[in-house]
Ligand binder design. Structure first.
Ligand code: MOS
Length: 748
C-alpha cells in the first residue's frame, strides 16, 4: 500500500517554528478588513426583523409605516422578496441545511428572519424594522425533551448510523463485578463567535461579489449558485479573516442569503450584519443531549461493557443530531459496546456543528461515567484509564495510525503532580477551608481530512507563489499554511507570496472538523512538490545545467536552489534554470485528501489527557478551576505557538462546557432567555487563572504525507470531564448536569 513515511518527507526551515501570526499586525492595528468593514460606493444598510414567536405564520406587518420612515429605502417581505431558483428547503447534499429566507410567511423558530428593512443608514433601517409591528398566527410549541415524541433518527452527525455495537453488552454488564448506570445532561450551546455573521453583497452585471465570513468557500459558492441559479464561478467570495467560526460559519446561513437578496431587490450594494441577539436561532447551535451510560468492570477493574444511549434534539423541520456517542467508539478497550440514539423534534432552529460536535458533549458524559466506575472499583481514576484505554479502536478493531496517549497521561500527570492525589473524595481542603479536588479526563478527536487543491508557482525572479482558498478563523492558517508552502518550495518566507481566503483560489475544502491544516497543508505540499519536480525536469534535460542527466529523484531543493543528490557541489538557482529556459515560471498542482487505503486499515485520532484542580466553597457552592494541565499528541506540529494556542482555546471552551455555557429556552415561548453575551456565560480571564498545554511529540508516518493531525477541537474534549471529576473529588458530589453551577452544589 501507498503509505508515505513522514520522516522521509522533505521539509525545510519553516515547519516547526513558532512564527507569530503573519497577519497579526494588520489585526491589532485595525488594518485587517473583516466582512463588515467593506463599504462599496452606494452601499445601503439592511437590518433583519426577526420573529418573537416559535411557530406559526406572520399575518401582519406594517410595511407602510416602515417604508414611510425617513431614510428607509425598501422593505423586503415574502410579498416582494426575489424568488430563488431552488427552494431553500431542498437538500441537494448532506451539507445543505434548510434556511428561512422569506420565501413564505411560515415561522419555525424564534429569531427567524421575517423581513429585511433596507435604509440609507443603519439607524434608519433599524428604526424602520421596529415599526413593522408583526402580528402572528401562533401554533403550539415544544422545546423540552419531556414533551416531545421520541424516534430513532436515520443518521446522526454526518451520516453515521444510529446504532453501532460489538460484543454482548448485556452479558458484559451481567457478569460485571461493578457497574454504573448514570445519566448526564448537556444543554444547547450557541457558537457566539466574536464576529457576528455579516455580509456585504454587490451584484455586478449579473455576477455576485460578496464579503462574508465563511469556513468553506467552495461549499458556500456551490450553495449560493443553486439558490440563485447561477454558475459558481460567477460568485466571488472574499473571506480573508473570520472573527471566530466554531462551526457556525461552516455553511452559508439564511441571513447571508437575505443580504444578497436585498442587494438584488434594491439594485445597490447592501450590508447586513446580524445583531448579537439574532444569532440565537438561524445559524445553528449545539443540540442538547441526555446521555444514559451503563458501564461494567470485572474484579480487577477491567471494563466488561459500555452502553452509551444518547437522546438529542433536532428542529421540527430539519435533521442534525449531535453525535455524542462517537467518543465511546475509540477511547476505551471493552469486549462489548453499543452506542444508540433517540431524538426529538423541537421548535427551535436546526442544530449544527459547534466546537467538537458530539465529542465535546459525549466526552464529558463518558469521562464522568468512567470516573464513577473507577471510584466504584476503588481505583485511582488515572490508573483505571491506564488499565482500560484502547490500544486498537474497540468498535472496529483497527489499529490507530499512531497513538501517544500513554505519553500524554504520563507528561500531564507529572506536570500536574497527580501522584500526590489522595484516593478518597473530599479529602483536600486549602488554608482558607475551601474544598479542593483533582480530576482527569481523556481527550480525543478524529483526525479527519476533507478534499483540497492547491497551486504553486516558481518564478524567474526566484520567488514563489502558492494559492489555496483556505480560511483563517483565528487559528493561524495564514501562518501555518504559509510555513508549509515555503518549505514545499524550499524558499525563505520572504520570497513566498501566499494567497488564501477567496473563492477564486483552488478549493481548500472546509476549515472545520480540525482538518484544515492536514487537508490544505497536504494539498500545498503536493502542489509545491509538483512545481519543484517541473523545475527539476527543465534543468535535468538542459545540457547547460549542472543538473543535466541527474535523473528522476536525483535532485534536492534547498533555499531557492536545486542540487544533485549524488553531488551537492553541483547545483543552480531556480532563477538561473528558468532564465536559461526562457520561462517566466513553472507551476505545480496538488490535492490533499484522506487516503482511502489508510482509512480502511486504520483508525485515525489525536489523543490527550487533561488534569484539573478545582476549589469549591463548602458554604456557597462557588466553583473555581484553579489549575488546568493538558497534554496532547497530534502528529507533526507545524507551528508550536499556534498549536499551543489552539489547545488552550479548546481547554477554555471545556471550562465553558463544564461550568458556564447553557442556552435556556423559555418553555412557554421558545425564546432564548439568555440570548445575548451578557447572560449567556462563557469563561473570562478571571475564570482561567492557570492553564497549560503540553505538546507531546508524535510521529505519525501513516496518516498523511506531512504527518499532520488536527489540534483545533481536541482541547475541549477531556477538559470538561476532568473538571466535573475534580468537583466530585473536592466535594463527594457527582453533578451530572452541565453546566455545574453553584446551585447544584449548595449545601455540600
Ligand atoms: Mo468546527 S464545529 O468543525 O467548525
Amino acid at each position: 500500500m501507498n503509505v508515505m513515511n513522514a520522516a522521509h518527507v522533505r521539509h525545510g526551515s519553516n515547519i516547526g517554528q513558532s512564527f507569530a501570526r503573519r497577519e497579526g499586525v494588520l489585526k491589532v492595528t485595525g488594518a485587517a478588513r473583516y466582512a463588515a468593514d467593506h463599504h462599496p460606493a452606494g452601499m445601503l444598510y439592511a437590518v433583519l426583523a426577526v420573529s418573537s414567536v416559535a411557530r406559526g405564520r406572520v399575518i401582519g406587518l406594517d410595511v407602510a409605516a416602515a417604508r414611510a420612515h425617513e431614510g428607509v429605502v425598501e422593505v423586503m417581505t415574502p410579498d416582494n422578496a426575489p424568488k430563488l431558483a431552488q427552494h431553500p428547503d431542498e437538500k441537494s447534499n448532506p451539507f445543505a441545511f434548510r434556511m428561512d429566507v422569506l420565501q413564505d410567511a411560515r415561522v419555525r423558530y424564534v429569531n427567524q428572519p421575517i423581513a429585511v428593512v433596507i435604509g440609507e443608514t443603519l439607524e434608519a433601517a433599524s428604526e424602520g424594522a421596529l415599526l413593522l409591528a408583526p402580528e402572528y398566527e401562533r401554533e403550539d410549541i415544544v422545546v423540552r425533551f419531556e414533551e416531545a415524541e421520541r424516534f430513532v433518527p436515520a443518521a446522526v452527525g454526518v451520516g453515521a448510523p444510529p446504532v453501532e455495537s460489538h460484543g454482548d453488552v448485556e452479558a458484559g454488564l451481567r457478569d460485571a463485578a461493578r457497574c454504573v448506570d448514570v445519566t448526564y445532561d448537556t444543554p444547547a450551546h450557541y457558537h457566539n463567535a466574536m464576529e457576528p455573521h455579516a455580509i456585504v453583497a454587490e451584484w455586478q452585471d449579473g455576477k455576485l461579489v460578496i464579503d462574508t465570513p465563511s469556513q468553506g468557500l467552495a461549499i458556500a459558492q456551490g450553495r449560493l449558485a443553486e439558490l440563485f441559479g447561477m454558475a459558481p464561478e460567477d460568485i466571488f467570495i472574499r473571506s480573508p479573516y473570520l472573527g471566530g467560526g466554531f462551526g457556525g460559519k461552516g455553511l452559508i446561513a439564511g441571513p447571508q442569503v437575505l443580504g444578497i437578496m436585498a442587494a438584488k431587490l434594491v439594485g445597490r450594494p447592501v450590508k447586513l450584519v446580524m445583531r448579537r441577539e439574532q444569532l440565537y436561532g438561524p445559524i445553528g447551535h449545539r443540540g442538547m443531549t441526555r446521555q444514559h451510560l451503563r458501564l461494567g468492570a470485572d474484579g480487577e477493574g477491567g471494563l466488561t461493557a459500555i452502553e452509551h444511549h444518547v437522546l438529542t434534539a433536532s428542529s421540527r423541520f430539519d435533521d442534525f443530531f449531535e453525535p455524542s456517542g462517537a467518543v465511546t467508539h475509540s477511547l476505551y478497550a471493552t469486549p462489548a459496546l453499543v452506542t444508540r440514539y433517540e431524538a426529538v423534534r423541537l421548535d427551535t432552529g436546526t442544530p449544527l456543528f459547534v466546537r467538537a460536535p458530539g465529542e465535546a458533549s459525549g466526552s464529558v458524559a463518558l469521562e464522568g461515567a468512567i470516573d464513577e466506575l473507577a471510584a466504584a472499583c476503588g481505583m485511582d481514576p488515572l490508573a483505571f484509564r491506564l488499565k482500560n484505554y484502547a490500544e486498537v479502536e474497540p468498535l472496529t478493531g483497527k489499529p490507530f495510525t499512531s497513538k501517544a496517549l500513554r505519553e500524554c497521561y504520563a507528561q500531564g500527570a507529572a506536570r500536574f503532580g497527580w501522584a500526590d492525589r489522595p484516593l478518597a473524595a473530599r479529602s483536600m481542603t486549602d488554608a482558607a477551608g475551601v474544598l479542593t479536588g483533582w480530576g482527569v479526563g481523556t481527550a480525543t478527536f478524529p483526525a479527519h481530512m476533507f478534499q483540497a487543491s492547491a497551486r504553486a508557482e516558481i518564478r524567474v525572479d526566484g520567488s514563489g507563489l502558492v494559492e489555496i482558498g483556505a480560511q483563517d478563523m483565528g487559528q493561524g492558517a495564514w501562518t501555518a499554511l504559509a510555513q508549509i508552502a515555503a518549505d514545499g518550495l524550499s524558499l525563505e518566507m520572504a520570497k513566498l507570496e501566499f494567497k488564501m481566503g477567496s473563492s477564486d483560489l483552488p478549493d481548500a475544502g472546509i476549515a472545520g472538523g480540525s482538518a484544515h491544516t492536514a487537508t490544505a497543508g497536504n494539498a500545498i505540499h503536493a502542489a509545491t512538490g509538483a512545481a519543484i519536480a517541473a523545475l527539476a525536469d527543465i534543468a535535468m534535460s538542459d545540457e547547460e545545467s549542472p543538473l543535466f542527466g541527474a535523473g528522476n529523484g536525483g535532485v534536492v531543493s534547498r533555499n531557492g536552489h536545486l542540487y544533485r543528490r549524488d553531488d551537492e557541489s553541483r547545483g543552480e538557482s531556480y532563477a538561473a534554470i528558468l532564465l536559461r529556459a526562457g520561462r517566466d515560471c513553472v507551476e505545480g498542482r496538488g490535492e490533499g485528501a484522506a487516503s482511502q487505503e489508510v482509512m480502511e486499515k486504520y483508525a485515525a485520532h489525536a489523543h490527550g489527557a487533561v488534569f484539573a484542580e478545582v476549589k469549591v466553597d463548602p458554604e456557597l457552592g462557588q466553583i473555581r478551576v484553579t489549575r488546568l494541565v493538558g497534554a496532547f499528541a497530534a502528529g507533526r506540529v507545524i507551528n508550536p505557538r499556534m498549536v499551543e494556542s489552539q489547545y488552550l482555546g479548546g481547554m477554555v471552551w471545556g471550562v465553558s462546557l463544564a461550568l458556564h455555557e447553557e442556552a435556556i429556552m423559555d418553555a412557554r415561548t421558545g425564546r432564548p432567555v439568555n440570548g445575548n453575551l451578557a447572560d449567556y456565560h462563557v469563561p473570562v480571564n478571571a475564570d482561567i487563572p492557570s492553564v497549560e498545554a503540553i505538546i507531546v511529540e508524535e510521529h505519525d508516518t501513516v496518516i498523511n504525507a506531512l504527518g499532520i493531525k488536527g489540534v483545533g477541537e481536541i482541547g475541549i474534549t477531556g477538559t470538561a470531564g476532568a473538571i466535573v471529576n475534580a468537583i466530585w473529588h473536592a466535594t463527594g458530589v457527582r453533578v451530572r448536569s452541565m453546566p455545574v453551577t453553584l446551585d447544584k452544589l449548595l449545601g455540600v
